[in-house]
Design a protein around this ligand. Structure first.
Ligand SMILES: *Cc1c(COP(=O)(O)O)cnc(C)c1O
Length: 353
């Protein structure tokens, strides 16, 4: 009998999604963003599956993630690091053939000082309007001076509102990106994440950087398959009397007798406390609401509408083919990104081909 929550990850779905995103990317190369343990799907497993399928460019947030990925996939594909690097990580960058993305003048200085040319041309990330991370457009002259003719492999930027096609910031960022990229006509260009692929060919350029779409999340693109199924076992099923309550704080009172099932899944597993009285799960194909508060290790479902016996130990689905990731996220007041990356190590992960 299963006694702990389990995430089953279908690597073939990730590969199929990557192919679908490649096909939708208007001729651009599709890389793969596998930061944060491949959005909870396992860095090494996901990286190996995508590399075997032909993915040639990976992205992580940190150098340490890139080093682990290199160990998993071996030499060949490029691994670019969003947060860039500094002197302290220069040796790792060199040893593992990692491509740091340069976000500040200090990182450009470091790249020059460390003679990083051996790992390809500089990858310059300009902030074109998100006002988060990246070289400032006003740094252009200083960057050119510092590089002093050294090769630039890529010019990159990132959209703030790619998931809002009507927002005019998209077009403004694109125009500024083009202007900056013009300074290095030999460099390849990369602007889009998953949502930007849905914006069409104007936003694809040479290399797109899908993350959430690989895992079947996000909005705007059809035909992406869920890659992760989150299930947890029912520990007990019982009848709650009319007028009784459930859980900490007694936040849910029942007007009628209800049949409840308490499940081994809580916020220590990454099922947010905010799912209290909002989240849901599928039991025998029936959508059942979370009732009362989610606690550290447990949550309770109202399973009154499920016909027949419910065996203790039965696995119920919180994310998957029935319990849509983005619908669950919306119910819980967050995004698929946060649900997936929040799944903790206490959840057993199983990889299926
Ligand atoms: C995380 C990230 C991506 C991937 O975004 P998705 O929305 O998951 O496709 C792309 N580019 C940058 C700079 C990122 O930080």
């Amino acid at each position: 009998m299963a006694t702990r929550p389990r995430a089953t990850i279908r690597l073939s779905a990730i590969v199929d999604n990557w192919r679908a995103l490649s096909a939708a990317a208007s001729g651009a190369e599709a890389g793969a963003v596998v930061k944060a343990n491949a959005y909870g799907h396992g860095l090494a497993e996901t990286g190996r599956a995508l590399a075997a399928a032909g993915c040639r460019t990976f992205f992580t947030a940190y150098v340490f993630e890139a080093v682990a990925l290199r160990e998993a996939i071996g030499p060949g594909p490029a691994i670019m690091v969003f947060h860039g690097f500094c002197e302290r990580s220069a040796q790792d960058v060199r040893d593992a053939q990692i491509t740091p993305i340069l976000n500040t003048l200090e990182q450009v200085r470091c790249w020059r000082a460390e003679s990083m040319r051996e790992v390809g041309g500089a990858v310059l990330h300009f902030d074109t309007g998100m006002n988060r991370l990246g070289l400032r457009p006003g740094d252009l002259g200083a960057v050119k001076n510092m590089l002093d003719g050294r090769p630039v492999g890529y010019v990159m930027s990132h959209l703030a509102c790619a998931d809002e096609p009507k927002f005019e910031l998209n077009a403004r960022q694109r125009a500024l990106f083009l202007e900056l990229a013009m300074e290095w006509p030999e460099a390849k260009r990369s602007l889009g994440n998953t949502a930007a692929i849905a914006l069409g060919s104007d936003y694809a350029f040479d290399l797109v950087r899908p993350g959430i779409g690989l895992f079947g999340g996000g909005h705007g693109l059809r035909n992406l398959a869920p890659a992760l199924t989150l299930e947890a076992p029912i520990l007990t099923v019982f009848e709650a009397a009319a007028g009784s309550t459930t859980g900490y704080g007694a936040t849910r009172r029942f007007g009628r007798p209800r049949r409840l099932a308490t499940v081994a899944l809580g916020y220590a597993d990454g099922f947010p406390r905010h799912a209290s009285n909002r989240g849901f799960a599928y039991v025998d194909g029936v959508r059942c609401p979370v009732v009362g508060r989610v606690s550290m290790d447990l949550c309770t479902l109202d399973v009154s509408s499920v016909d027949g016996m419910i065996a203790e130990g039965k696995m119920v689905e919180f994310i998957g083919a029935s319990a849509d990731l983005e619908l669950q996220a919306e119910a819980v007041g967050t995004l698929g990104y946060e649900l997936l990356t929040g799944l903790s190590d206490r959840i057993e992960r199983v990889w299926a081909a």
